[in-house]
Design a protein around this ligand. Structure first.
Ligand SMILES: [Zn+2]
Length: 300
């Protein structure tokens, strides 16, 4: 189905870019994100003025074992999965003011302000459960954030636990039933969001901090409802991966800190491509532009 989402324009106290006003969405989640006029220029968030004890900003890189790259990935793994060469290591976990707030309404974000040439991989829904994808994520050490919908992912949450463990990613909330939240009352939205928080917490042991509204559709009630369920951020996206190509929010290139949307989809939905082939193409687009992947939760 198609939907149009109007962003409510929340700002995260100077820390988060809310650039996109309208998201075109189709399929099980949005196919693209439009560039908005409100995105601030790239920049790192302000750091604390209080001097702390001297701590190394970055650990000295350990020498790579023979045949592996700086990420500890065997070079042959890149070849095996169809990449031309290694992904660059992500910078050390940023030392800065957290984007997520301990209290108050959740922030809404579609990218993270940073100068690092990193993007964040997010996968939605959870219908496709290809065991080869676990192998790929583990081989390449891909820290993917997984926004899971109970009605499609719930038949085998173990698959997603294995994906998380393989790549160091995280499990996040994408409602119980993939409803278009803008059509629901506040209480109806709360049920979709809070019940999935409860199920994911019971299954994975951690209550998600991040929530993605299906189709990118949300309103003020969504923000309030999500906050009441313990969500700290609504996570939208700047790019969406199609079967072969990336759809960009601005022009035809990635920007530092962009959040990239992909889906757990199989050959039936990818015109014969597998999720591993689609992911390899996505990684090549990222590499070709001199970017690498980082863990979204580390930047929040
Ligand atoms: Zn979805």
């Amino acid at each position: 189905m198609r939907g149009r989402a109007r962003r409510s324009g929340l700002w995260a106290a100077g820390a988060v870019a809310i650039g996109v006003l309208v998201v075109g969405a189709s399929g099980c989640a949005g196919q693209g994100a439009g560039a908005g006029p409100g995105a601030p220029p790239d920049g790192t968030a302000a750091k604390s003025a209080t001097p702390g004890p001297a701590t190394p900003k970055k650990a000295a890189p350990a020498p790579a074992a023979p045949g592996t790259d700086a990420r500890g990935v065997p070079l042959k793994a890149y070849t095996r999965w169809g990449l031309a060469g290694p992904l660059a290591p992500a910078p050390a976990r940023p030392d800065r003011t957290p984007v997520l707030k301990a209290s108050g309404p959740p922030v809404v974000l579609d990218r993270v302000r940073t100068r690092d040439k990193v993007v964040f991989l997010t996968f939605d829904d959870g219908a496709e459960k290809d065991p080869r994808f676990i192998k790929m994520v583990g081989d390449l050490k891909l820290p993917i954030s997984m926004f899971l919908t109970d009605s499609v992912a719930g038949s085998d949450y173990g698959h997603f636990a294995r994906l998380r463990d393989a790549g160091g990613g995280a499990i996040q909330n994408h409602t119980t039933g993939h409803a278009n939240l803008r059509t629901l009352s506040y209480e109806g939205q709360r049920a979709q969001i809070c019940h999935q928080q409860d199920r994911l917490a019971a299954r994975f042991g951690t209550r998600p901090a991040l929530f993605r509204p299906p189709y990118g559709n949300y309103n003020d009630d969504t923000v309030r409802a999500a906050g009441s369920c313990g969500v700290r951020a609504l996570v939208l996206w700047r790019e969406s991966m199609q079967i072969h190509n990336m759809r960009y929010a601005e022009g035809d290139s990635l920007k530092p800190g962009d959040i990239v949307l992909a889906h757990f989809r199989g050959p039936d939905e990818l015109k014969g491509s597998t999720i591993t082939e689609m992911t390899a193409r996505m990684l090549r687009r990222i590499q070709d532009q001199g970017f690498t992947v980082a863990r979204l939760e580390d930047y929040l």
